[in-house]
Design a protein around this ligand. Sequence first.
Ligand code: 48F
Length: 262
Amino acid sequence: MELEERITKAIFDTSHKYFGELLHLDVAVCGGGPSGLITAKYLAEKNLNVAIFERNLSFGGGIWGGGMGYPMIVIEKPADEILREFDIKLVPVEGMNFYTANSVEVPAKLATGAINAGAKILTGIFVNDLVLREGKVAGIVINSYAIEKANFHVDPLALMAKYVVDATGHEAYVANILARKNSEANIKIYGEKSMWAEEGERDLLDNTKEIYPGLFVTGMAANAVYGSYRMGAIFGGMFLSGKKCAEEILKKLDKNEKNLFR
Ligand code: 48F
């Protein structure tokens, strides 16, 4: 066999196995920004089959750009405790209750943490719809983002999941799809408000929840669903929201498993 053939075969064979492991996920996380990466890490470390689907070729969402391109983000307490678990350097800001961190170091280490915990990150994959079963979200519909962008009429593929997380940021893309295509779901999406950092951060944890059976929202998507404020380059709420989302899913999984053995 020529080297070229062997390269192609290695890629075909391993990708086939890789996608095979995604056919029935415990949790499908839509969007690889800060909230999605954190959610995935805390679920994967409990030995769950978790994958993140990110439309761009890189994970990290809105972190890379820092604040208006300056390479720093702000993290307030107590979210710094989460970043310490990922070994991210935090610089205290004199007289303030917060830290700065580097906008390249943060996504790189969050993704490393999620991958080391066992989560898979698929890039270039667009979540364009949901699979529904009897009043519950039961999976995601995915396509290559390159195909979506080219506007080719190419049918997508579907993967099943016990839970789906909308971590798509300001667009709340997945929740919007659920609301727009399924009137019987009776979901109202309010859309995010203009900036008010303190209020936005405060609302975020309350807004992080299961909005429809099988579908959780985290990060800016949660504030967009419930019409709360945006907060700009302060990220503590995103990390706390990601962790809360994982904890809520773990509670549900725990309850469901117990019901099974009753
Ligand atoms: O936007 P993003 O970083 O969302 P987040 O985790 O964090 C918000 C902060 O970055 C910032 C902020 C801080 O105060 O307000 O904006 O809530 O990450 C969302 C990711 O989801 C991807 C998108 O490319 C980005 O990387 N995404 C969006 N829609 C889809 C998607 C989709 N339909 N399929 C796959 N990925």
